[in-house]
Design a protein. Structure first.
Length: 417
């Protein structure tokens, strides 16, 4: 079965029906699998982007059985450890107990891994909500002196992995910034975006007394990025814009002469479940610019129009309170009284049935009321409080009339809880 799966991958045969047959047979055989066989199959299915959660659960359980057996860790060579972690990280289907148990074994086998293997394993663990601070501390100690062995995409993903995991090593990031500046000519546009995202996450998480000054590194990466924007999609351009804003980097020429025109040309690419969030992020970034230009104002108007046309949530999309809050903050920052967008925000809180207009205020605490709308019911208290605060930022008669009842509805839901 492993040979069949590898042959299908080599020949580019990725049909869903064929991989479902492989998954059905693999599920029957998991109880007989060795660690190398389980790792090889997990790697094949994740590479084919065929994620059968029942199969991955069985593979995890079988691997954990081997690990818990007497002297079970001896079966886990560096090759199997790399295959397992990369497969489970790529598929986002894993057993937390297993992934945590693999950390000390990875550290024990450190000498058997190439630096790029450790970088890729770290990236995989960053995608999983697993307690792995020990792994990141160990990798930071090991890799700081071997960054020269990593390719630009691996350097960028390493920075992003530490940012995603909210783990900081001053020595590692000092060395990373030096290495990036030395090899900046080798970085592609997407490498620049990923590195800036990682650096932005780290900056965002550091307390005031530990803040870094990476302006020289950001300047060089931003300059390199500005010369390669043509290869990025609309979503990637927005990610780069957001990272630059988070890093408090403003280059008038880059933003107004390159980034805004590139975004205006590609705005129509934003489709699918994440379109509303991407547009909200873009509008928010534009609102935070220290100076506006004709192109940035025009792009903001086009973005607001696209949000109105898209509606909320977009077809196939899911509720995202953060995106709603970003739209409200952007409208307040730009000083725009866009009643249509106000109505969209309010109706998102009240549910699809309402148009967001005043006249149907929520019931007061202690009176019978309908079950909360799905948006409110699924959010946690912190998300609701932040959205309520954001909806109170836009000023003006229409903002007060339209968004006021939505803020009341959130207050009622918080009181109910």
């Amino acid at each position: 079965l492993g040979k069949l799966a590898q042959k299908a991958l080599a020949e580019g045969l990725l049909g869903e029906e064929q991989w479902q047959r492989f998954a059905a047979r693999a599920s029957q055989l998991t109880s007989e699998m060795s660690v190398p066989e389980a790792a090889k199959l997990a790697a094949a299915f994740s590479t084919a982007r065929s994620v059968d959660f029942d199969l991955f659960a069985r593979l995890s359980a079988r691997t954990l059985e081997h690990l818990q057996a007497e002297d079970g860790s001896s079966e886990f060579r560096a090759l199997e450890l790399r295959r397992l972690t990369l497969a489970f990280g790529r598929a986002r289907a894993f057993d937390s107990e297993l992934m945590e148990a693999l950390v000390p074994i990875i550290a024990e086998r450190a000498a058997d891994f190439r630096p790029r293997d450790l970088a890729r394993i770290t990236d995989a663990y960053a995608r999983m909500p697993v307690a792995s601070a020990d792994l990141f501390a160990f990798v930071a100690d090991v890799l700081t002196d071997y960054l020269y062995d990593l390719e630009p995409p691996e350097l960028a993903r390493l920075a992003r992995a530490f940012g995603q995991a909210a783990v900081y090593s001053e020595e590692l990031f000092d060395a990373l910034c030096v290495e990036v500046k030395q090899r900046i000519r080798s970085f592609g546009a997407l490498d620049c975006v990923v590195f800036l995202e990682g650096l932005a996450r780290v900056h965002e998480g550091l307390p005031e007394e530990m803040k870094r000054d990476d302006s020289a590194t950001v300047n060089e990466v931003a300059e390199r990025l500005g010369g390669a924007l043509g290869s990025l999609s609309a979503s990637e351009l927005i990610r780069s814009f957001r990272a630059l804003v988070q890093l408090d980097h403003y280059d008038r020429r880059l933003v107004h002469r390159k980034l805004c025109p590139a975004l205006a040309l590609r705005l129509g690419q934003l489709q699918g479940p994440s379109a509303f969030s991407d547009l909200a992020e873009l509008l928010h970034c534009l609102s935070l610019l220290p100076a506006q230009s004709h192109k940035s104002v025009e792009l903001a108007m086009t973005t607001a129009s696209a949000l109105r046309e898209l509606g909320y949530p977009p077809p196939g999309g899911r509720h995202e309170l953060r995106a709603l809050g970003l739209v409200a903050k952007a409208l307040a920052q730009l000083g725009q009284e866009d009643e249509e967008l106000f109505l969209l925000l309010a109706s998102a809180v009240h549910g699809r049935g309402g148009d967001g207009r005043p006249g149907t205020p929520p019931s007061l605490p202690g009176t019978p009321r309908a079950a909360p709308h799905e948006l409110l019911a699924l959010a946690d208290d912190g998300e609701l409080a932040e959205l309520r605060r954001a909806l109170g930022l836009p000023k003006g008669a229409s903002a007060t009339a339209v968004l006021g009842p939505a803020r009341e509805a959130i207050a009622v839901e918080l009181h109910r809880r």
